[in-house]
Design a protein around this ligand. Structure first.
Ligand SMILES: CC(C)(COP(=O)(O)OP(=O)(O)OC[C@H]1O[C@@H](n2cnc3c(N)ncnc32)[C@H](O)[C@@H]1OP(=O)(O)O)[C@@H](O)C(=O)NCCC(=O)NCCS
Length: 144
């Protein structure tokens, strides 16, 4: 398994995988902006034998960090890869001088919420009707 920076050449596969995992995608244009223009955005992919099997998007804005998107492909779940990737992200945030990390997660997404709890994230409030289908988001926060 290898964690490396995401490059524009990875966008097509990540868009396909986001559609499979979430049913929606940040989209080619937005991802390209994130990778080539947004100086606060830091995106990484997890590879198995040169095959992308997960990705994570981070924003580091001075002391404030945000996890913008994160998945492990279905066939690779339950093998502690989510933990490994999140641990990497937290270490990266620390190197960048981040003090507080926040993220939004669907209220129904128990797997992700458990994972974030395991890493010390606490519930910080509810964002009502946050997702397009009307589901609420749970805001989660961790100080590092
Ligand atoms: C959330 C996700 C990244 C977890 O990845 P994973 O590699 O399967 O997780 P791990 O094997 O590293 O599991 C680590 C911990 O996550 C939690 N977890 C993972 N899968 C779970 C499940 N099916 N049910 C409940 N908790 C689960 C547990 O706390 C687990 O630790 P434990 O086994 O000691 O209880 C993965 O399920 C995923 O990509 N989901 C779809 C996308 C998504 O929800 N992204 C997050 C958006 S905010």
């Amino acid at each position: 398994m290898l964690i490396r920076k995401m490059f524009p050449e990875d966008i097509d596969i990540v868009v396909d995988q986001e559609l499979e995992v979430f049913g929606s995608t940040l989209g080619t244009k937005m991802l390209n902006y994130e990778l080539t223009v947004n100086q606060y955005a830091h995106y990484f992919v997890l590879e198995d034998d040169e095959l992308i099997i997960g990705y994570i998007g981070l924003w580091c804005v001075f002391e404030k960090g945000q996890i913008t998107n994160f998945y492990i492909m279905p066939d690779y779940r339950g093998k502690r890869l989510g933990e490994k990737f999140l641990k990497f992200a937290l270490e990266y945030f620390m190197e960048q001088g981040t003090r507080v990390i926040s993220l939004e997660v669907r209220e129904s997404n128990k797997a992700a919420i458990n994972l974030y709890h395991k890493f010390g994230f606490a519930a910080g409030g509810i964002r009502k009707n946050y997702y397009e289908d009307g589901e609420n988001a749970l805001l989660m926060i961790k100080e590092i």
